[in-house]
Design a protein around this ligand. Sequence first.
Ligand SMILES: Cc1ncc(COP(=O)(O)O)c(C=O)c1O
Length: 405
Amino acid sequence: MSLDVASVRAQFPILSRQVNGQPLVYLDNAATTQKPQAVIDALVDYYTQCNSNVHRGAHFLSDEATKRYENARATVAHYINASRNEEVIWTSGTTEGINLVANGVAQRLKPGDEVMVTEMEHHADLVTWQQACKRSGATLKIVPIHDSGELNVDAFHELLSDNTAFVAMPHVSNALGTINPIKQLTAAAKAKGALVLIDGAQGVAHGAIDVQDIGCDFYAFSGHKLFGPTGIGVLWGRYEVLNDWPVWLVGGEMIATVTYQNSTWGELPNRLEAGTPNIAGVIGLAAAIEWLSQFNAADIWAHEQALLTRATELAEQTEGLKIIGTAPNKIGVLSFVIDGSHPADIGFILDKQGVAIRTGDHCAQPLMKRLNVPGTARASFTLYNTLDEVETLFKAINKARMMLA
Ligand SMILES: Cc1ncc(COP(=O)(O)O)c(C=O)c1O
């Protein structure tokens, strides 16, 4: 059965908005996705019916909030096939998840150790490991990409060594859409004894995630790219590794006992979650996952690929337009530049026509330099986008071309 896109769209109130006097064509889904009514309702219901602090109240509302909050952890664990609910750690997003991992790992990195990242890294991953290496004396190794935006898998294998202590890589490049062969690369890194982190920010919304099948040690993602609220994310980590770590933030919730002189730490997941958490965000994220789970992942994939195929055809027919990122295995992301036009100007003219895209370096400055572009214009598609919207995008691009010529 294929996706009923009209009925999906009807569940997103924002998609019926006008922007600059035009119907909104929202193609900035890699930056953040819009929220279905089910997620908005879950947030409103939490605040109107059971707002309370979790794990600490001796009253009805706190019990109910705690149940919803911990059920949400189980929902996420199930969605990514974690082997235990305690492996799901709430964070504010992918960035915090990666920093949490660096905090745990960096204290054990030492001079002589090698940390591998890729040329297509988002700053959240690159800068975190760059700084961890500076602090620990470990060496940062960068796996090159091909000009198409595919990872150079041969170079990955060549760079792996007995000194490789840690490998971090994106499931999917936010700037190019490239899907990396993470299972195969993880297996190679694990064979060398390295710990492996997958930056799942762009991977999580486009297909089923099975962290046990991938075989990695950590998978980090953000709720807001998965139709959930901002300010909530997940770090999944293997229990034995997380449990062996120094604590991260200290304060309430994460302790077992405290005296004026000393403290002892609680069990996972609490020991890595200090302070009052983002309870509404957690409940909203679970609502997003439940909402998304009603669809068949293969139908979503087929729909997004149809949008990408049409967009690529139209891009190839557009004079002066160059697609940046032509890997054969891509999510629905079309990054491009147009001869003689700055991406920011293209974005501005598209916005005036109601078309929302992202322009700039996509938090990947070294990647833009590697590809020899100042930045790109990026349209990113998801399950509620339509082929008509792809046509509108290209009408708007052609108008921009004429105006900027
Ligand atoms: C590949 C990738 N990694 C990390 C991040 C950071 O995510 P957040 O800003 O939600 O922490 C993003 C956000 O765009 C991303 O695309």
